[in-house]
Each structure stands twice: as structure tokens, then as C-alpha cells.
Write a protein that binds this ligand. Structure first.
Ligand code: IMP
Length: 426
């Protein structure tokens, strides 16, 4: 393996953590390239559950190196909490195994306050952000006033940057949102012990990635969130603030797009969404509740109940097209077991016509009507299936239809949370 990107094809929570964990076997270096601790990747190894928000899921493989690229936004407190939690479990968390780009932007306390204050101020039209300061941190990056992890090497510069940022942030926090202004000295005092602990992890991540690719060592690029939460191509404004597409694996880590290699798009066998925004195939009836409870659909970061619905092949087709998918990893197939009939949305009707791709205008997804195809369900428990031929015929038919409708081959099927509960199709 040279490069391999693993990313989400829906609205996040597709089960990327497990797929990354599985494919890490083939890689030497695992790179997070965008997003921050708004992500929540759940891994179950030998029945033991670990939830990671920031550190690449590959960390549980003893010999692998994990890095956080420039495209990520890093909350130092969360980063160090994860380091400590994993170290307490006996995982080697030395800088030899984990690195952070000097160019990674830092989530500051005022980013978190602004994120939450803005959401509270939006009466009916909340985005439903995770409240982790993601949007405000990316705003500062684009406004070129952000603090980067490399600034931790120069405490005088760090102090000056915090003072400069607070002149504006305090005007917003106090003037617009009626919150107490932050004191620059206190912010610095609380940050310094964290910053000093992050410093040993700082590294030239682009050089590490390029060296690994050049030497033929496998590099796995770990995406977060999902295609339809992408800042440009998602259901704007109900999106996150970063580029969630496979192409950002190059920019967000610092290598050439030519090196990305295989693109594995992870898709749940049905659809879920947390937070606000359009969701054409959402089931607000007992069937939606069934998927929610059988699939234990609660956000790994916020604990919020996920909205559930049928698989939307229109959105999947769009994800395949936007990401250049070379293979699909279909997760949670087991959750569909026991239902008499399954529906897949194959197209939408919109303004009197049938369309195969989502309409581009903002909010248009709220005005489409899904066109459904009904497929027979299966009664068998598939959690102990380990090969394509073990699966009931109806499950195989469902997956074959997913391939036909999306235009991408199914390569991996997950039938339960554990590493072992996986089928490699080819
Ligand atoms: P933010 O990324 O916290 O700004 O949240 C923006 C939107 O993206 C909200 O609807 C969140 O629920 C959603 N979101 C962010 N990260 C994830 C994720 O990892 N999984 C699913 N939804 C997410």
C-alpha cells in the first residue's frame, strides 16, 4: 500500500474508526488531516471500547506512527487528556509514536465560548454544532489571526497573539453576547502548562508523510465527519467548517494528491445525522426509532440521539463522484436484520423531474421527494458471518444494489462493532 484515504460518505458517524483500525495493519503512518475533537471514533478491540476524538485511531496498533496534520484544529486540553487516557491503558504515547504539525491551528477557550454563544443566540435556526470551538478556530485560520501549535515554541509570541485576539473576541463576547470578557494573562497562564506538554510532539508532518510515501511505507489518511458535512459541498449552512472530501487528505497533511492512492468511502447501511439540516430519507416513525435503538445511534462526542433513515443512494452517488471512491466499506449491516422490507432511495423528484444527484441550490434538499425501491429484508443474525457467502441472499442482494446505485464496488462489510466482525469481499 502507498497511500489510502478513509473518509465518510454521509453525514459523519459512518463507522470510520473501525475501518481505519482494521486497515491500519497495512500502514506504517496514520494521518488525521482535518476537523478536530468534534469527531468521535469508537473502536472495539477484544470487547473493550475506546472512543477517540483527536488522536488517530491507528494509535491502538503498537508499532504504528500517528500524526496530526496542518488541516486539523487541535484543542490541547483534549489532546493531552487522550494522551493520558491511552497511556493509562498501557499504550505507548511517546513522541516517537505521535506527532503534531507545527502548522496545526489551536482551539482556544474563546473559540469554544463563541461557538456556544452563537448557537444559543440563534433562536430557531441552530446548526447544532458540537460546541467544541471548531468553526471559530477555522475562522481565525482564514482571517490569518490564528494561533498555531508551532507558536508554543515561542511563549512571548504566544502571549502577544492571545492579547491581539482577545481585543476582538472580548468585544464580541461581552458586547454582543453579554458574557464576561477573558483576561489575556489568565488565558496564557492556563495554556502554558498544556503548551509545554504539547511541544515534544511538534514535528514537520509534511516531511514525515512524504518520507513515508517515498520509502514505500503505507500511509493511511483518516478522515473525520463526512462528505455531506463538507463546507463547500455539504448541506450548507448545516455543515462543519472544514473540507471533508478525500482530496483534502493531500492539503491537510502536506503531500501531493497523486500520492493518495486508494479512496475508501465508509457508508452506513442506512443513514444517520446529528444536528440540524435537511435529511430527505429521515424516518420519524417507529422504523426510525427501531434503527436508532438497534443501532445504538447516539453521538460519540455529544451523546445526542442521531436521526435515522433509509439509505440515500442519491447522496451516496454524489459522495462517490466527489471523492473518487475506489471501494466502499459498508458498516452496520447487522442493524438492518429482522426487518421485513428495506427501502433504498434511488432518485429524487424535484420541481417535477426525477433527478439522480442532489440539487445544488441552498436548502433545495428540503424540497425533494425520495423515490424508493423496496427490497426484501432478512431475518438471520449476520453478526457471525465472516465471508460473502455466509451472508443471507437478501443481504447480498441489498449490497449488490448499493454497488449498482452508487457506481462503486463494496470491498468491506462490517457486521458488528468488533474487529473480527468484518467481511472482506475481494
Ligand atoms: P461543528 O463541526 O461542531 O461545527 O458542527 C457542525 C455540524 O456538524 C453539526 O451538525 C454537528 O452535529 C456535525 N458534526 C460535526 N462533527 C461531526 C461528527 O464527527 N459526526 C457527525 N456529525 C458531526
Amino acid at each position: 500500500m502507498a497511500g489510502m484515504v478513509i473518509h465518510g460518505a454521509q453525514w459523519g458517524d459512518e463507522g470510520k474508526g473501525k475501518i481505519v483500525d482494521l486497515l491500519t495493519e497495512k500502514a506504517n503512518l496514520i494521518v488525521r488531516f482535518h476537523g478536530g475533537n468534534n469527531a468521535g471514533h469508537t473502536l472495539v478491540v477484544g470487547g473493550e471500547k475506546t472512543v477517540l476524538h483527536l488522536i488517530p485511531s491507528g494509535i491502538l496498533h503498537g508499532s504504528k506512527r500517528c500524526v496530526i496534520g496542518a488541516g486539523v484544529v487541535l484543542d490541547p486540553e483534549v489532546f493531552l487528556m487522550e494522551v493520558d487516557k491511552l497511556a493509562a491503558k498501557g499504550v505507548d504515547m511517546s513522541p516517537a509514536r505521535l506527532a503534531v504539525s507545527l502548522r496545526t491551528h489551536v482551539i482556544m477557550p474563546y473559540h469554544k465560548l463563541l461557538d456556544c454563544a452563537r448557537e444559543s443566540a440563534k433562536a430557531g435556526a441552530k446548526i447544532g454544532t458540537t460546541g467544541r470551538g471548531i468553526g471559530p478556530c477555522y475562522e481565525d485560520k482564514s482571517s490569518r489571526v490564528g494561533i498555531r501549535a508551532g507558536d508554543f515554541l515561542d511563549e512571548a509570541l504566544l502571549a502577544a497573539k492571545i492579547r491581539h485576539a482577545l481585543a476582538e473576541k472580548n468585544a464580541l463576547l461581552a458586547g454582543l453576547y453579554g458574557l464576561a470578557p477573558l483576561d489575556a494573562d489568565k488565558v496564557l497562564e492556563e495554556l502554558l502548562p498544556l503548551a509545554r506538554r504539547v511541544v515534544p510532539y511538534l514535528a514537520d508532518v509534511p516531511a514525515m508523510v512524504q518520507e513515508a510515501l517515498g520509502s514505500g511505507a503505507g500511509v493511511l489518511f483518516e478522515g473525520a465527519q463526512g462528505t455531506h458535512l463538507d463546507i463547500d459541498h455539504g448541506t450548507y449552512p448545516f455543515v462543519t467548517s472544514s473540507c471533508c472530501l478525500s482530496s483534502n487528505a493531500a492539503a491537510g497533511s502536506g503531500c501531493s494528491p497523486k500520492d493518495l492512492g486508494d479512496i475508501i468511502s465508509v457508508v452506513k447501511a442506512y443513514t444517520t445525522r446529528v444536528g440540524s439540516g435537511q435529511f430527505p430519507t429521515e424516518l420519524t416513525c417507529a422504523r426510525g426509532e427501531h434503527l436508532q435503538s438497534v443501532g445504538a445511534e447516539f453521538g460519540a462526542t455529544t451523546g445526542r440521539k442521531r436521526r435515522c433513515g433509509w439509505l440515500d443512494a442519491v447522496l451516496l452517488r454524489e459522495a462517490v463522484r466527489l471523492n473518487g471512491t475506489t471501494g466502499l466499506a459498508v458498516t452496520k449491516l447487522d442493524v438492518l436484520g429482522g426487518l421485513d422490507q428495506l427501502e433504498i432511495c434511488t432518485a429524487y423528484t424535484y420541481e417535477g423531474a426525477e433527478i439522480l444527484y442532489p440539487p445544488q441550490r441552498e436548502g433545495a434538499l428540503a424540497h425533494v421527494t425520495p423515490v424508493y425501491e423496496t427490497l426484501p429484508g432478512w431475518k438471520e443474525d449476520v453478526t457471525s458471518c465472516r465471508s460473502w457467502s455466509d451472508l443471507p441472499q437478501a443481504a447480498r442482494n441489498y449490497l449488490t444494489r448499493v454497488e449498482e446505485l452508487s457506481g462503486a464496488p463494496v470491498r468491506i462489510i462490517s457486521v458488528g462493532p468488533d474487529r473480527e466482525q468484518t467481511i472482506y469481499k475481494d
